[in-house]
Design a protein around this ligand. Structure first.
Ligand SMILES: *Cc1c(COP(=O)(O)O)cnc(C)c1O
Length: 393
């Protein structure tokens, strides 16, 4: 179905931060498949984990114990606030698991009326009926009604609106600590702390969507760690599979108290292949040295981008983001997707986002050489676009 506006390029292979198309052209991949291939393409540790598992066992169903699930869940719970994990094949399934878990939590406590979730305007949680109902964005929901009830939107960063939206029916607050599709907008530490405090004050569950900002992207294993608060529920996907379809819903024992045998499930969720890759990628990304390096490279890239933006005020207005989850807001007269296309023509991949932002989501393995190359391509592209605009005027 023609639901994507695809660029006319077919990639044949990838190596580290680079992709090669069918004509042999090389591209610097600062999109990472939208924050997925965080260890770059064909990382030897992931290739080894996948091929080793492929020669042993692919699938058994969840009617049996799955060793890889037990191992990956043990790692995830050891590394986070969570006590328990449900594995999925995608981000939105992990998010939906979180929504079901929240509703079931209050149902099991004898408060079935507590089934509404406060969500953030401009947030993105995926494309199922549930997730588009939470987003309410015109381009995602138009023609797909009736939508699912139970989501109340408030503006990002606005605590007065949030407090006013809470009713006796409110069960939870759901937020991306850094809005990805929404334009690389990071919640401040104070806002994150206030969300935890309000959730506690009103007896709500706090539900973070770290599908894009989690798993090392910001230089901490999870973005909420920067604020020193923990959620009760969190959905994770994208980078944890490094390109293999894998998601996870993490929760505290208390939050997940309603999720008993028979209440939820998935045929493929947590299958041995995904678990092998997930364990391997988490083992690499969770190393303190690895995360420290993401912070170092993120700062270097951020600083270099600040300089680049200052050199091209006709094209770029602002650098946003944390770690290697960065965004460039384009100047008002510039269309972000035109910049994404121009960069691609010069051999660099980026991704558009809301608020006229282009997202730079390089693999977390980049170093100085890739940063220098990216900034050179950005400089050249911006100069070319500035000259083209001058000619038109
Ligand atoms: C990508 C994304 C999703 C949806 O993940 P899928 O794997 O496409 O279902 C949900 N939330 C956020 C924040 C995302 O970036």
């Amino acid at each position: 179905m023609p639901v994507y506006s695809r660029a006319d390029i077919q990639f044949e292979r990838g190596q580290g931060a680079y992709l090669f198309d069918s004509e042999g052209r090389r591209y610097l991949d600062f999109a990472s498949g939208i924050a997925v291939t965080s260890l770059g393409h064909c990382h030897p540790v992931l290739v080894a984990a996948l091929t080793e598992q492929a020669n042993k066992l692919w699938h058994t169903s969840n009617l049996f114990r799955i060793t890889g699930q037990e191992k990956l869940a043990a790692r995830l719970t050891a590394l986070t606030f969570a006590d328990t994990v449900f594995f999925t094949n995608s981000g939105v399934e992990a998010w939906e698991c979180g929504v079901k878990l929240i509703r079931k939590h209050f149902y099991s406590k004898g408060q079935p009326e507590k089934n509404r979730i406060v969500v953030i305007e401009g947030a993105f949680h995926g494309r199922t009926l549930g997730a588009i109902s939470a987003s309410k964005a015109e381009k995602m929901v138009k023609g797909f009604g009736p939508l699912l009830d139970g989501f109340d939107q408030v503006a990002f960063g606005n605590l007065n609106e949030l407090r006013a939206a809470i009713t006796p029916q409110t069960a939870a607050i759901n937020i991306e600590p850094i809005l990805g599709e929404g334009g690389i907008k990071a919640a401040t530490v104070e806002y994150m702390k206030a969300l935890r405090q309000i959730a506690d004050e009103f007896g709500l569950l706090l539900f973070f969507d770290e599908i894009q900002c989690g798993v090392g992207r910001t230089g901490k294993l999870f973005a909420h760690e920067w604020a020193g608060v923990t959620p009760d529920v969190m959905c994770v996907a994208k980078a944890i599979g490094g390109g293999f379809p894998l998601g996870a819903c993490l929760a505290t024992e208390v939050a997940a108290s309603g999720m008993i045998a028979g209440t939820h499930g998935s045929t493929y969720g947590g299958n041995p292949l995904a678990m092998a890759v997930g364990l391997a990628s988490l083992n690499v990304i969770s190393q303190p040295d690895f995360l420290e390096n993401v912070q170092v490279q993120g700062k270097a890239l951020h600083a270099a981008l600040e300089g680049m933006v200052a050199r091209h005020p006709a094209i770029f207005a602002e650098v946003r983001g944390v770690g290697l989850m960065l965004g460039l807001r384009c100047a008002e007269s510039v269309v972000n997707l035109d910049v994404v296309n121009a960069l691609r023509h010069r051999g660099m991949l980026s991704v558009g986002a809301a608020e006229n932002v282009i997202r730079l989501l390089p693999p977390l393995i980049i170093g100085e050489a890739e940063i220098v190359e990216a900034v050179r391509i950005l400089d050249n592209t911006a100069a070319e676009l500035t000259a083209a605009a001058a000619t038109l005027a």
